[in-house]
Design a protein around this ligand. Structure first.
Ligand code: PMP
Length: 428
């Protein structure tokens, strides 16, 4: 039998860190990753035959569980007609109709192949449409690996960004201004100083890449007003929140209308897909309708569109989001009760089918609080859960995801594992 360890040994010789995307390597939590052989419903099975209750869900796309027959059959039907055409295909039109119907702020959409592509394209559009160069992002928010986004705050609150990766030119980072998430006064001050130079402000409307941090009451509305006042395009990066926190995404959940929206994950049903869209007069500026260039050989791929459409059909079932939120609540309330019972300082966040776990006694709504939580304890807890067949995101700074395939029994089993894992983690 091939073992996880054997595969990881081979993989490390062949791929940087043994993986094709860094977080998969378990660097943050330590130890070695498992290699998945198959996935179904709420579960993953590794190459050694061990089953895990999965709260990562391919980092978000698997909102109806893995290998859902409706999605799989749609893909099988599409595959019979060929894998890629390089011409327009009918499924793209259906997809655009579906997105514009479900997300009212979007009149027109462009499909791409990943969340990264979606966000890079959206800021190009923001720059092209406004004739300004600066963008604003938030510390702890992730928007893919485009140069403009691999930037953290400089030393002062209002300084220009500095690259977080070698290879990102300083000149590029200089154009990215960074702000603390959930601090409206800081945003006001920044806009007062640089408002006329800012093309777009991009934000995860629920932050999911610094654990899970929802916006404070009125925060997104405040940003909306600031952007409108200064002629800055408000970009909601809904790669994670889109079709997850509500059918219409975070913008529907919080009732705030962005100028542009980016999507990924769920919109592809597990295939490599992203999208960006917004008001007609903005999207009409994209080539070939307008002068702002953006393209993709495989964009609107017929198989990917079939998977995404099948997924978008499933999540429109009546009561889908109520049930997803109720399951997520069962999980986070349950974990809180377990932690309280074990005498551990612990708190949770949750919006729709998205959740965050923090080993701290405070309710977390800032990046500083998230980074101050006990990550060593989280890492021990993570491994305790993994041992007991529960797969949480392998980092204290990632959101967790519940799917409609998670049953009450799965949650009960997770809580039982959590009791033992918390006890062991506390012991050190
Ligand atoms: N934006 C957000 C909010 C994300 O969470 C991610 C990926 N986790 C991305 C953009 C980038 O998407 P991708 O990995 O598909 O390039």
């Amino acid at each position: 039998m091939t073992t996880n360890h054997e595969l990881f040994q081979r993989a490390q010789q062949l791929m940087p860190g043994g993986v094709n995307s860094p977080v998969r390597a378990f660097k943050s939590v330590g130890g070695e990753p498992f290699f998945t052989a198959r996935a179904d419903g709420a579960y993953l099975w590794d190459v050694e035959g061990k089953r895990y209750i999965d709260y990562v869900g391919s980092w978000g796309p698997m909102i109806v569980g893995h290998n859902h027959p409706h999605v799989r059959e749609a893909v099988e039907r599409a595959v019979k007609n060929g894998l890629s055409y390089g011409t327009p295909c009918p499924a793209e039109v259906t997809m655009a109709e579906m997105i514009t119907r479900l997300v009212p702020s979007i009149d027109m959409v462009r499909m791409v192949n990943s969340g990264t592509e979606a966000t890079m394209s959206a800021i190009r559009l923001a720059r092209g449409a406004t004739g300004r160069n600066k963008i604003v992002k938030f510390e702890g928010c992730y928007h893919g690996h485009g140069d403009s986004f691999l930037v953290k705050a400089g030393s002062g609150a209002l300084t220009f960004g500095v690259p977080t990766s070698p290879g990102v030119p300083k000149a590029n980072a200089d154009l990215t201004l960074t702000l603390a998430y959930n601090d409206l006064d800081a945003a006001r001050a920044l806009f007062d100083e640089y408002g006329n130079d800012i093309a777009g402000l991009i934000i995860e409307p629920v932050a999911g890449n610094m654990n899970c941090i929802p916006p404070k009451e009125g925060y997104l509305q405040g940003l909306r007003e600031l952007c409108t006042k200064h002629g800055v395009l408000l970009i909601f990066d809904e790669v994670m929140t889109g079709f997850r926190v509500a059918l219409g995404g975070a913008q529907a959940h919080y009732g705030v209308t962005p100028d542009l929206t980016t999507f990924g994950k769920i919109i592809g049903g597990g295939m490599p897909v992203g999208a960006y869209g917004g008001r007609r007069e903005l999207m009409q500026q994209i080539a070939p309708a307008g002068p702002i260039y953006q393209a993709g050989t495989l964009s609107g791929n017929p198989v990917a569109m079939a998977a995404g459409l099948a997924m978008l059909e499933l999540i429109q079932a009546p009561g889908f989001y109520e049930q997803l939120a109720a399951r997520t609540r069962l999980l986070t309330d349950g974990l809180q009760a377990v932690a309280d019972g074990e005498g551990l300082a612990f708190s949770t966040n949750r919006v729709g089918g998205m959740f965050g776990l923090f080993f701290t006694g405070e309710k977390v709504d800032t990046y500083a609080q998230a980074t101050a939580a006990d990550t060593a304890l989280f890492n021990r807890f993570f491994h305790g859960m993994l041992e007991r067949g529960v797969y949480l995101a392998p980092s204290a700074f990632e959101a967790g995801f519940v799917s409609s395939a998670h049953t009450e029994q799965d949650i009960a089993d997770t809580l039982e594992a959590a009791r033992a894992a918390m006890r062991a983690a506390r012991a050190g």
